[in-house]
Design a binder for this molecule. Structure first.
Ligand SMILES: CC(C)(COP(=O)(O)OP(=O)(O)OC[C@H]1O[C@@H](n2cnc3c(N)ncnc32)[C@H](O)[C@@H]1OP(=O)(O)O)[C@@H](O)C(=O)NCCC(=O)NCCS
Length: 464
């Protein structure tokens, strides 16, 4: 959205904000809403200034390629929480994934940052204190139970219905209790939109684990009863518990994966969908339900299940004696049959995805994961695939994205139902999409309505 110079200023501003709040973090006990309330006026002021002083400044031209090429690279959206650099990957308010790993509070006794901590950073641009994160975890646990009618709705669905279809339905149905919708019907002022949106977003994030775990048990566990929410546990501690996985390593993995996968700037299909639907003043439940159906596509959130399916087919074909040569042959076979290599390539990134690297580091630190044939195959494929994809010459990014490994680790820990993996992504992506909905209301962003053109109209414009 800005030039390189202003990006650097923004980065260093965010770093300073993060550093200052890091120093304050042990002392502060303000709630997430109070902290957010404090940071909103400065952002509103920044937007007003941008509009009045630079409203007509150009951020680049729009080419025919942009229009027919899925709007790749077109700078056309405001998104506050994260910015994606094609070479270095994602930064959340200026912080890289390793910065976040160092600074964001983990669970008691844990090492990996909590998604609650990431949510705090995304929403406020600040590093929360441990006390603040514990308070937020407690609030989410308090609000985490599903209403009975949603349980009934989910229980009535056939177990053959895709888990993502079920998740989207459950999320949409939660709008029965939407604070934003009720307040809007009463007629609130525009300046109050964000507080009700915030309430809905927190309620939705709180309820996603119970909803997602219920879907899991109905589909894969013959509707076995779920354990209740433990008020002393964090959001993902409860999610792992409700899924029926008591393994602490898996819980830590889920915390890390869900935190770093929570936001990837605004143009990706799920984030953009949430933003577009939210811009109609649809409530957060409906907006995020729509986003989940974008996430359910094979080029987006379904890739993690596709990777595992592809990798298992490769393993079956090449047998136990895996060599680089055999992987190479399989990669070429995939490409020559006109299929994509799942887990490789990206719409924006042009280097290995730092989220992939963070998950690899998680694996490297655990001998059981290092020994796993599935994880070994991920590593060996990474050693070969970029070269093959470069030689193939089509993809602009021959490197792995986060999905090249995310599902494989889940598989190792016994969560073997591939079709469910995108649901976990859906629990994660709520952090970023819902953050932006709150900010869109706080900043009073308008209805999104780009101009479309027919081919004839484009030709006419070119001739003119
Ligand atoms: C992510 C993805 C959809 C990005 O698409 P994109 O922005 O259009 O990517 P590119 O601009 O590099 O695509 C240029 C060409 O390379 C091809 N390509 C991209 N990634 C490829 C891959 N992993 N394997 C084979 N071909 C690939 C595209 O299909 C396209 O071919 P086309 O011109 O015949 O249509 C794409 O890389 C992909 O399909 N990857 C595999 C699925 C995946 O991992 N998704 C998760 C993303 S986080």
């Amino acid at each position: 959205m800005f030039g390189r110079g202003s990006q650097l200023v923004a980065k260093s501003f965010s770093r300073n904000v993060a550093a200052a709040s890091f120093q304050r973090r042990l002392a502060s006990t303000k709630s997430l809403k109070e902290t957010l309330q404090e940071v909103i006026p400065a952002k509103q002021e920044q937007l007003k200034k941008l509009k009045t002083e630079h409203g007509q400044a150009s951020l680049g031209e729009v080419t025919v390629d942009n229009v027919i090429g899925g709007m790749r690279g077109l700078k056309a959206m405001l998104w506050e929480a994260s910015v994606l650099d094609p070479n270095e990957g994602i930064r959340f308010h200026g912080l890289t994934i390793p910065d976040c790993q160092k600074q964001l509070p983990a669970a008691p006794g844990g090492k990996e940052m909590l998604p609650e901590s990431m949510l705090w950073l995304l929403l406020t641009g600040q590093i929360p204190s441990e006390a603040q994160v514990r308070q937020l975890s407690a609030e989410l646990a308090e609000k985490g139970e599903l209403p009975a009618y949603v349980e009934k709705l989910i229980d009535s669905l056939p177990p053959t219905l895709h888990p993502m279809t079920q998740l989207g339905m459950g999320v949409a149905a939660l709008n029965h209790d939407s604070s934003f919708q009720a307040a809007y019907e009463k007629g609130i002022k525009k300046t109050e939109y964000w507080t009700h949106t915030f309430e809905d977003c927190i309620n939705l994030i709180a309820r996603l684990p119970a909803l997602s775990a219920r879907i899991y048990h109905n589909i894969y566990n013959a509707g076995a009863p779920l354990p209740g929410i433990d008020k002393k546990l964090d959001l993902i501690g409860n999610y792992a518990n409700m899924l029926g996985f008591a393994n602490e390593d898996l819980t830590e993995y889920l915390r890390l994966y869900i935190a770093i996968h929570g936001d990837h700037e605004g143009g990706n299909a799920s984030a953009h969908t949430a933003h577009l639907v939210g811009s109609t003043l649809s409530d957060p439940y409906l907006s995020y339900s729509a986003a989940l159906y974008a996430l359910a596509g094979p080029l987006h959130g379904l890739a993690n299940q596709e990777v595992l399916r592809w990798q298992m087919a490769m393993q079956k074909e090449i047998g136990d004696e895996i060599t680089h040569e055999k992987i190479k042959d399989y990669l070429w076979k995939t490409l020559k049959s006109g299929q994509v290599v799942p887990g490789y390539g990206h719409g924006v990134l042009r280097n290995p995805d730092p989220r992939f690297m963070a998950l690899q580091e998680f694996c490297d630190a655990r001998p059981d994961l290092l020994k796993s044939p599935t994880i070994q195959l991920v590593k060996q494929t990474y050693e070969v695939a970029p070269g093959v994809l470069k030689e193939h010459g089509k993809t602009k990014n021959p490197y792995p994205n986060v999905d090249a490994t995310s599902g494989c680790v889940l598989y190792h820990y016994g969560l073997t139902q591939f079709k469910y993996y995108t649901v976990i992504f859906g629990v994660s992506r709520a952090l970023g999409c819902l953050t932006q909905l709150v900010w869109a209301r706080a900043l009073g962003l308008p209805l999104e309505r780009p101009k479309s053109l027919s081919m004839d109209a484009i030709e006419k414009l070119i001739k003119a």
